[in-house]
Design a protein around this ligand. Structure first.
Ligand SMILES: [Zn+2]
Length: 288
């Protein structure tokens, strides 16, 4: 059964570790992440962007697939199914479809409008026990074609949004989506520390987890980050493994063209990436 992300993240914050949000793209992705979480006895959040939602034939299809896998695979660790960077309309669609968590990304709105819309989502989600993540200060980089500039959130705005009753808060601290440029100056720990103090005990989220050095991840966790989003890194490891299989001509040997064989190395690569992240974040063995 899917669960809200609230309880697992509250536990993570208290226990000084973070739960990974791994974005899914298809059946193989979802299966690989769930299998790894179960093997490592770790709570997990499956992230779905609006683009991936459309790709996978809509939110009800995804809910059906994930619930089916939890049952068929005997998954017992806490699993949250979460809309990543949702618009107001899509947050409502996901709540209807059976997601257990939604992010409403109102960072593109003026703060007053962000507050109004966040309040409405919270009210509707709360009735169904669904957790809500809000964002203050756009996260830089590109996500579904939306490009932001690596902003740093305003502490007062964070405090305001946190006080509305959201369960999880994403605040820009110089992090960006996708690969980090060579001249990236690093995370703004001074700002993270202030936001952490102003919003405690709210679990904080670090978006754009791909390519942030391990020591920075650990420091961010020590300052209150309890959810870390990983997306690009699984895509990179998946495509590298599938490319290797094709380049070695394995699809041309025997029944090597079987899609289940072509994608198998990609699935193993995702599992390895997810394992590495869960170990780094400290969520291994924290499912109960
Ligand atoms: Zn993000």
């Amino acid at each position: 059964m899917l669960v809200s992300a609230k309880e697992m993240l509250t536990k993570a914050k208290a226990g000084k570790y973070a739960v990974g949000q791994f974005n899914i793209n298809n059946l193989e992705w979802t299966k690989a992440i769930l299998q790894t979480a179960q093997e490592l006895n770790s709570p997990v959040i499956l992230g779905v962007s609006e683009g991936a939602g459309k790709y996978m034939c809509g939110y009800t299809t995804i809910v059906g697939m994930v619930n089916g896998m939890i049952k068929e695979m005997g998954i017992t660790v806490p699993v949250a199914l979460h809309l990543d960077h949702g618009s107001y309309e899509h947050a409502l669609k996901c709540i209807d479809a059976g997601f257990s968590s939604v992010m409403f990304d109102g960072s593109k709105y003026p703060i007053d409008e962000n507050i109004e819309k966040t309040k409405e989502i919270i009210k509707i989600a709360a009735e169904k026990g669904i957790s809500v993540e809000a964002e203050v200060g756009a996260i830089g980089g590109e996500e579904d074609g939306v490009v932001g500039g690596g902003e740093v959130a305003d502490v007062e705005e964070c405090k305001m949004i946190a006080s509305l009753g959201v369960d999880i808060l994403a605040a820009g601290i110089g992090n960006i989506h996708g690969k980090y440029p060579a001249n990236w100056p690093g995370l703004r720990f001074d700002v993270l520390e202030e936001i952490g103090k102003a919003t405690d005990p709210m679990p904080l989220v670090l978006h754009g987890g791909t390519g942030i050095p391990a020591d920075m991840i650990k420091k961010a966790i020590s300052l209150g980050v309890s959810k870390i989003n990983v997306n690009t890194e699984c895509q990179l490891s998946f495509s590298a493994a599938v490319r290797k299989y094709i380049e070695e001509g394995k699809d041309l040997e025997g029944k090597g063209f079987d899609p289940r064989k072509v994608l198998a190395p990609g699935v193993e690569a995702i599992k390895a990436t997810v394992k590495e992240k869960m170990e780094l974040f400290g969520s291994v063995g924290k499912a109960n």
